[in-house]
Design a protein around this ligand. Structure first.
Ligand code: ADP
Ligand code: ADP
Ligand code: ZN
Length: 237
């Protein structure tokens, strides 16, 4: 893997920050596609740690807006609680702005966007994409993963009560914050979200397949094995 030297940090420090990056590439624009609970966020964080490009999670952005009570949050809340998608024009507008961020100049990992064909078409008008990593997980495992998910209310780190437990029950390893269950991770809403995925998001598999961008990964194994497959794909891009 090549080591790339950047001109400096965003705050303008003198010491060049050394960021490990892809063999010969200086830019990598990725989409992580997969059902709720497939492990997009978990894998995205591993890619961030190794490749130094930011994770952009529409779910995280929307949840923060809801928590902050912004107009965007107030609009999004009712859809999220019902397990439905927030309207395309809202999410597309938000991503247009986010992708202009300075931190996106070497690429990014889209986690949870696009989720409809309309969003995918809008994304094409904003930027090109190098690969779509599609994480495939059996339906039964998805439900078990989502209902056992716990997130840190302070730093957003994600755990699983059985598959990826924190060292101390209910407490974040990274920051000591309390772990909570997302409101929409309860079983009733989960079924609805999986249904929404099947109807509105799964057509993107064919959409990106036809464009030759789709890189399917078996998402049923342990977290590190799945990451090893993703890493191989990224190093071969
Ligand atoms: P997504 O972002 O696709 O909704 P997450 O990354 O949040 O999915 O993962 C959903 C839940 O499943 C989390 O609790 C996470 O710790 C757990 N998880 C992620 N990958 C795996 C895996 N390969 N095996 C078992 N559990 C996993
Ligand atoms: P998961 O990875 O478990 O599916 P997310 O955190 O990605 O959950 O999304 C949570 C909720 O936020 C979704 O159920 C949906 O209401 C909303 N949301 C996230 N991303 C999008 C998007 N691209 N388009 C529309 N709604 C979205
Ligand atoms: Zn934390």
């Amino acid at each position: 893997m090549a080591i790339r030297k950047t001109e400096g940090t965003e705050s303008g420090e003198q010491n060049p920050k050394i960021t490990p990056l892809l063999s010969g590439r200086d830019n990598m624009k990725l989409i992580l596609l997969g059902a709720p609970g497939a492990g997009k966020g978990t894998q995205a964080k591993k890619i961030v740690a190794e490749f130094g490009i930011p994770q952009i999670s529409t779910g995280d952005i929307l949840r923060k807006a809801v928590a902050d009570g912004t107009p965007l949050g107030m609009e999004a809340k009712k859809y999220m609680e019902a397990g439905q998608l927030v309207p395309d024009e809202v999410v597309i507008g938000l991503m247009k702005e986010r992708l202009q961020g300075d931190d996106c100049r070497n690429g990014f990992i889209l986690d949870g966007f696009p989720r409809t064909v309309e969003q995918a078409e809008a994304l094409e008008r904003i930027t090109d994409i190098d690969a779509v990593i599609s994480i495939d997980v059996d339906m039964d495992s998805l439900v078990e993963r989502i209902t056992g998910r716990r997130s840190c209310s302070q730093c957003g780190a994600v755990y699983h009560i059985k598959f990826n437990p924190p060292k101390k029950d209910g407490v974040c390893d990274a920051c000591g914050g309390p772990l909570i269950q997302r409101e929409d991770d309860r079983e009733e809403t989960v079924r609805k979200r999986l249904d929404t995925y099947m109807k509105q998001t799964s057509p993107l598999i064919e959409y990106y397949g036809k464009k030759g961008l789709l890189r399917p990964v078996d998402g049923n194994g342990p977290i590190d094995e799945i990451y090893a497959s993703i890493r191989d794909i990224l190093l071969g891009l």
